[in-house]
Design a protein around this ligand. Structure first.
Ligand SMILES: [Zn+2]
Length: 264
């Protein structure tokens, strides 16, 4: 009872105000989540090292097929290729042109055509060739060499353990990437790509013999009659110390490199 007597006369009004506030929607405050990861090492940036730089080679047949198709139309073309891998060298031996719907800036592989190609190779007893199809190539007629969003999606769709992808222009230029599958997929872009060719050893030998028959070596001589290889007296170099003083240069060059030379 004593407590009631000591209450301030303003208290009922405050209580009403508090009740009104309670009726308002209370803003939801997000409580901090307890950490699920505790960083133990955060120095520097994530790095990726390659023990050997990968390279892609186009066998002569593959090169002729790819640029033969790409340079024969202003529409975008695509094809699949068989890859032979030795260490970090990936050689595309040949390409297969499939049924495809093509536009000037895009092309779509026919899924059924891809399945048919694999089945056909297996039926012909070329199971090994079918297992080697790990290259996808397409052209960018009259465009820069880059990977579009669609290109990247195609790479992901065709990727198994690895996929070599090549985009070519009509100027016999190409850009290459290798996608590697697994738990941490990796893309290596701007992989060096070259044409593989075999030297004609018989022709080289014929050229060498032809040179032996028709080339007479000439010895270059100085005007004063000594051959470059002949011993000669050493030339004594003499400098005046004043000539080597850097402080003297500005005055020495005055007049030599002045306005009268008309620079520019
Ligand atoms: Zn593309």
């Amino acid at each position: 009872m004593k407590t009631q007597k000591n209450e301030s006369p303003t208290k009922p009004a405050k209580a009403t105000e508090c009740q009104a506030q309670l009726a308002l929607p209370v803003p939801e405050e997000k409580l901090p989540e307890p950490p699920s990861v505790l960083p133990l090492y955060t120095e520097g940036e994530l790095t990726c090292r390659l023990p050997e730089e990968p390279r892609v080679l186009l066998a002569e047949e593959a090169f002729n097929q790819l640029f033969g198709w790409a340079c024969s139309t202003n529409l975008e073309i695509c094809c699949l290729g068989g890859v032979r891998r030795e260490g970090s060298i990936f050689t595309v031996d040949r390409f297969y042109l499939l049924e495809q719907a093509s536009g000037s800036v895009s092309t779509e592989l026919d899924d059924e055509a891809l399945t048919n190609l694999i089945s056909k190779l297996i039926q012909e007893g070329k199971r090994y060739d079918a297992s080697k199809i790990k290259c996808w190539a397409h052209s960018h007629p009259r465009m820069e060499l880059f990977w579009s969003k669609t290109d990247a999606e195609t790479c992901r769709t065709l990727l198994s353990d690895y996929l070599v992808s090549i985009v070519v222009g009509q100027d016999f230029n190409a850009r290459c990437r290798i996608d590697i599958g697994g738990p941490v997929p990796v893309t290596l872009d701007r992989v060096p790509v070259s044409l593989e060719f075999g030297l004609d050893k018989a022709l080289l030998e014929k050229c060498r013999k032809e040179l032996e028959e028709k080339l007479t070596p000439q010895v270059t001589r100085w005007d004063f009659g000594k051959h470059l290889c002949e011993p000669r007296e050493p030339i004594e170099l003499q400098f005046d110390e004043q000539d080597l003083s850097l402080d003297e240069w500005p005055d020495s060059y005055q007049g030599l490199y002045g306005d009268e030379w008309g620079w520019g």
